[in-house]
Design a protein around this ligand. Structure first.
Ligand code: COA
Ligand code: AMP
Length: 631
């Protein structure tokens, strides 16, 4: 029997230019590209390089041109504040054009960078689209990051302007943005010229004119701006993500490839049509939020939900079911953690039975490994397909998935299904040979990567080449390891670098170690991600003190935890720092982080042949027991 999926997949790999040329016909171009792929300077491939288009035009104007301006584009629902709003495509275009005018009035032009540090409110989406309208490059910074992280992004992007809000709301706590922004600007060497701040209702903060102005003020006398014609390879945005060192990597997205690929995914991966209601319960500060709260659903012309709340506690474990039933959501995309949180609080699904979920057709999970127990629990409750799919900030869309709009594949629990059209995924062994089916190795993608993936890093071509494209010549190294089985299913087993995944949030243990090393009593340290039932992984720190330190261990531990919260942010969820006597190392001085992690997770481990002093492992085990990590 012929398989529609197999045929489309093979065509995308064998004839990528023909494949993507056809797909590219589905978007709006001012000038259609004649050259589909420029391969002159590998690994810097350029898709649709002579085409011209505009991100915002494809997200908004095009649907109005096609007579669908009265359709709801964005539903905002905030159980945390009790606010709800809906915007048609025409409404949204009006607000975006006006804010684009406000940005212009403040001197923002094509190519300028704008940092957006905002909670989950419609103005954040409006600011993103307004940048696209005038060809400015946005860089959204997640609200759970501290000033230090914001400062490093201001410095690296050299942002001309920063858009923020007076506050965000977390359950039981108001996040004051202004002091965080002030501190970031104090810390950064580059200073944005202007700050536009959205005053949230009932929570106004003082602004210092003329550099700081309110959102409302910025709109007064602003003209409606039309879309600017952009080259396909100009950048739409920079999204910083954790790298193997503390310096975040500026993942950039080119304009044309982004629109082409993301629009295609809505139907082909998610089976979403223009009349459907789609919901991605993530945050705009992450790639899932960029691609699937904002861009892909709007490129498709369907309705997207912006949810300011949590799966539990806002107000209860029925929050997700309430949204699905109220707006007749067809599909939801979230991180497995969200479902683990619901399962923990409402294992029998009592809240679920209160709502009518007849509109609901599928649940997509990504951001971290979806454990089979959670998938089965969700399947049992929802009675719809639950689909684990795998992707990264670098790619902006799924590398492997069940492509439900092409042909449904059977579920294999623990696997993120098959490579998506456009991605030629291989497993390579350390000698660069291709692994046999079921054999573990590094997961790589043969170059060129499909449209919509990252063409380079912001101002760091060499880092792009060295980090991702050098270890395996001709391939993109994902830094995930795993295997492909006999049926072509991909199994993502672990990261090969220092990245850990905490509640679907990507964090670098190296960056946390850099913070701990700054503590004046700390001589050396190791941070590792240990298994956690709710968040997947949690970071713990082991610190060795300098000789002669007299401060007590508990104080040092508290100071370490505070430093990580202050320098990286609450999102790091760093709550454990244990003072130990010494760290296990190889004879050449390398800390045996992998072995410590295995001890903490009660996994079997082999005594490393190169270990300096095996007795240290026993000491660590005792320290972990004493601190309730190992039970
Ligand atoms: N602004 C400011 N602080 C934020 C924040 C934001 N946007 N998002 C999270 N934080 C803070 C939280 O308030 C919390 O602070 P605390 O230490 O003072 O309690 C800390 O960062 C950790 O947050 P979180 O990881 O969200 O944990 P939680 O215990 O508050 O909630 C879950 C647990 C499972 C409910 C939550 O992690 C969740 O909804 N996960 C879904 C995963 C997801 O959306 N991933 C995105 C990628 S797809
Ligand atoms: P981010 O760039 O924040 O989206 O994080 C990407 C990383 O999250 C990947 O490299 C994986 O390590 C992990 N990840 C994302 N989705 C999955 C998945 N479905 N299964 C396993 N790991 C995943």
């Amino acid at each position: 029997m012929s398989s529609a999926f197999k045929e489309i997949y093979q065509n995308s790999i064998q004839n990528p230019e023909e494949f993507w040329q056809k797909v590219s016909d589905d978007i709006f171009w001012y000038k259609k590209p004649k050259q589909i792929l420029n391969k002159d300077n590998p690994p810097f491939y350029k898709w649709f390089c002579d085409g011209t288009t505009n991100t915002c035009y494809n997200a908004l104007d095009v649907h109005i041109d096609q007579g669908r301006g009265d359709k709801i584009a964005l539903i905002y629902d905030s159980p945390i504040t009790g606010n709800k709003k809906q915007f048609t495509y025409k409404d949204l275009k009006g607000k975006v054009s006006k804010f684009a005018g406000a940005l212009k009035k403040q001197g923002v032009n094509k190519g300028d960078r704008v940092i957006i540090y905002m909670p989950m409110i419609p103005e954040a989406v409006i600011a993103m689209l307004a940048c696209g309208r005038i060809g400015a490059i946005h860089s959204v910074v997640f609200g759970g990051f501290a000033s230090n992280e914001l400062a490093s992004r201001i410095d690296d992007s050299k942002a001309k302007l920063l858009v923020t809000a007076s506050c965000g709301y977390e359950p039981g706590r108001t996040v004051e943005y202004k002091p965080l922004v002030d501190e970031a600007i104090k810390l950064s060497s580059h200073k944005p010229e202007k700050i536009i701040l959205y005053q949230r209702e009932g929570h106004e903060v003082k602004l210092n004119a003329p550099r700081e102005i309110s959102w409302e003020e910025s709109l007064s006398n602003a003209k409606d701006e039309e879309c600017v014609e952009m080259n396909s390879n100009d950048f739409a945005y920079i999204l910083y993500t954790s790298g193997t060192t503390g310096i975040p990597k500026g993942i950039v997205r080119d304009i044309g490839g982004h629109i082409v690929a993301l629009k295609w995914t809505m139907k082909n991966i998610y089976n979403i049509n223009t009349d459907d209601i789609w919901w991605s319960a993530s945050d705009i500060g992450w790639i899932v939020g960029h691609s699937y709260i904002v861009y892909a659903p709007l490129f498709k012309g369907c309705t997207t939900v912006l949810f300011e709340g949590k799966p539990v506690g806002t107000p209860d474990a029925g929050a997700f079911w309430k949204i699905i039933s109220e707006y007749k959501v067809k599909s939801l995309f979230t991180a497995p953690t969200a479902f683990r949180a619901i399962k923990k609080e409402d294992p029998e699904g009592k809240f679920f039975s209160k709502y009518d979920l007849s509109s609901f057709e599928s649940l997509f999970l990504a951001g971290e490994r979806a454990d089979p127990d959670t998938i089965k629990w969700a399947e049992n409750l929802l009675k719809v397909p639950v689909i684990d799919h795998w992707w990264q900030t670098e790619t902006s869309w799924a590398i492997s998935s069940n492509c439900t709009g092409i042909e449904m594949q059977k579920t294999k629990y623990g696997s993120a299904c098959k490579a998506v059209p456009g991605y030629d995924v291989k497993i390579l062994k350390s000698d660069s040979s291709v692994a046999k089916p079921n054999e573990m190795g590094d997961i790589v993608v043969k170059l060129p990567l499909p449209p919509g993936t990252f063409p380079t890093l912001w101002n760091a071509d060499e880092r792009y080449k060295k980090t991702y494209m050098t270890n395996y010549n001709g391939y993109y190294q994902t830094y995930d390891a795993g295997h492909i089985d006999d049926d072509g299913y991909i199994w993502i087993m672990s990261r090969t670098d220092d990245i850990i995944n905490v509640a679907g949030h990507r964090l670098s243990t190296g960056a946390i170690e850099e913070v701990l090393s700054e503590h004046q009593s700390v001589a050396e340290c190791a941070v590792l991600g240990i298994a956690d039932k709710l968040k997947g992984q949690l970071p713990i720190g082991l610190v060795v003190l300098k000789a002669g330190v007299t401060k007590d261990n508990e104080t040092i531990s508290k100071e370490c935890i505070k430093m990580v919260r202050d320098k990286i942010g609450p999102v790091a969820a760093f709550k454990v720092a244990i003072v130990i006597k010494r760290l296990p190392k190889t004879r050449s001085g390398k800390i045996l982080r992998g072995t410590i992690r295995k001890i903490a997770d009660k996994e079997e481990y082999k005594m490393p042949a190169t270990i300096d002093d095996p007795a240290i492992l026993k000491e660590i085990e005792e320290d972990l027991i004493k601190n309730n990590i190992l039970k």
